[in-house]
Design a protein around this ligand. Structure first.
Ligand code: 76R
Length: 276
């Protein structure tokens, strides 16, 4: 095996921001009923504009009613760029409802498909042609391979927000500790572990939709994990089973978990009156 860079090739897609808000129920209850109605109608209108680019196109922003004390509402936005996401944040801030929303947390990342399986083949093909790693010919060969990969994977790189009833989101790292360090493990070993990870995941494929986003250089953890399912117990079962898998058991560190129930926009008025 010729030497090749230790970093797996990745494909990047949509830019994501997750927003977590506490809702100021006290201020809301102190607001006149007609004013509440006006504010709700304006917010629904604004959120509808964010939800889809045009009627009939895929959902790119979704609202969730959050469980637990960490917040009350979650907004997930999928866009083409960080600039577009920033514009969404600014648009939301212009609504009167925003005065009742207190940002509690957020997470910025980019949809990422890790190519552990094909990286080796791509590098080997470049080496077989006699290209030196990082030479212009090598770079062109890799760029070409990534371009073909992106085209083939477009639906997974630029997904719609899945229509499931529940969302589970959490950030995670691969360990860089004194005892074990993912980033010093040889590529082939990591590839083997990621393969086993994928095998477990695939068994849950019909019950849960997973979107992995990379956030190195963008937010405080290395990846964001979004899981979408109609039965929230599936989150527990999948994540529990993965805990016993080498790559999670030995190398995974997790941040806070966030869980919400999908709130269709036409139900927001009802939610603001205290009914899901
Ligand atoms: O994307 C793919 O389907 C290819 C295989 C695959 C990759 C590359 C895959 C499959 N994952 C990949 C990458 Mn995953 N995943 C997690 C978690 O709770 C835990 O222990 C970990 C959190 C879950 C629940 C999960 C589910 N995955 C990654 C990465 C990037 C790491 C890297 O590149 O080093 C992370 C951090 C991560 C974490 N994964 C799957 C799933 C599921 C359900 C699948 C199968 C999807 C399917 O085939 O439908």
């Amino acid at each position: 095996m010729p030497d090749f860079p230790p970093v797996p090739l990745t494909l990047e897609g949509s830019s994501l921001v997750h927003q977590f808000f506490r809702f100021d129920w006290k201020a809301w209850r102190a607001t006149r009923a007609d004013e509440c109605e006006r504010i709700a109608a304006e917010a629904i209108e604004a959120l509808k504009g964010m939800e889809r680019k045009a009627p009939g196109t895929p959902v790119r922003s979704a609202l969730y009613s959050q469980l637990g004390h960490k917040g009350d509402l979650i907004l997930v936005h999928f866009r083409e760029s960080l600039k577009d996401l920033n514009q969404v944040e600014l648009d939301l801030a212009q609504t009167a409802l925003y005065d009742y929303l207190e940002p509690r947390h957020s997470y910025v990342s980019v949809v990422e498909l890790g190519l552990y399986e094909s990286t080796r083949k791509t590098y080997e093909a470049a080496a077989a042609k006699g290209f030196e790693p990082h030479s212009p010919e090598w770079n062109a060969e890799i760029a070409d391979s990534l371009k073909r990969g992106s085209e083939a994977m477009a639906p997974r790189l630029f997904p719609a927000v899945p229509e499931a009833k529940y969302l589970c989101f959490y950030p995670m790292d691969r360990k860089r500790g004194e005892q074990v360090n993912w980033y010093t493990i040889p590529f082939a070993e990591r590839q083997r572990m990621m393969h086993e990870h994928g095998l477990i995941g695939r068994r849950y494929g019909d019950q849960v939709k997973q979107i992995i986003s990379g956030s190195i250089g963008m937010d405080d953890w290395e990846w964001g994990v979004d899981l979408f399912a109609d039965d929230p117990v599936v989150f527990k079962k999948l994540i529990y089973e993965m805990r016993f898998d080498e790559v999670s058991a030995v190398y995974a560190l997790f941040g806070q978990f966030f869980i919400g129930v999908r709130l269709p926009l036409e139900r927001l008025g009802s939610w603001l009156r205290g009914r899901l």
